[in-house]
Design a protein around this ligand. Structure first.
Ligand code: H2B
Length: 98
């Protein structure tokens, strides 16, 4: 996995509404309808992360979830993070989070 770098991350973020960041990490906050739904989102993200063998940092505060993605082995953002960001978007939308 190669690092996307500043320009690569900028291009990727243009296709990922709600995500921000730089070459070191990308992040998105979502608000779930309620706390249990937030936990279900986290559970589904955990399943997707295990399947991809790629794991986000997750901050949970009541119904606000923040996902931060970086490829630790490479020291920054790679295509794996962009792919997982897309999966997180699908899961959040399916649960009615925004
Ligand atoms: C052996 C296994 O592929 C690695 O430990 C994986 C697991 N999940 C990971 N997740 C993230 N975000 N970065 C990694 O470098 C990483 N490495």
């Amino acid at each position: 996995m190669t690092l996307l770098g500043d320009d690569g991350v900028r291009a990727a973020l243009a296709e990922l509404p709600g995500w921000s960041g730089d070459a070191s990490a990308i992040t998105r906050g979502v608000k779930a309808p309620d706390f249990p739904t937030g936990i279900r989102i986290v559970d589904d993200v955990a399943e997707a992360a295990e399947a991809a063998d790629h794991h986000p940092d997750i901050d949970i505060r009541w119904r606000s979830l923040t996902f931060t993605l970086a490829t630790h082995s490479e020291g920054g953002v790679t295509q794996k993070d962009v792919d997982l960001a897309g999966r997180i978007d699908e899961i959040a939308a399916r649960h009615g989070a925004r």
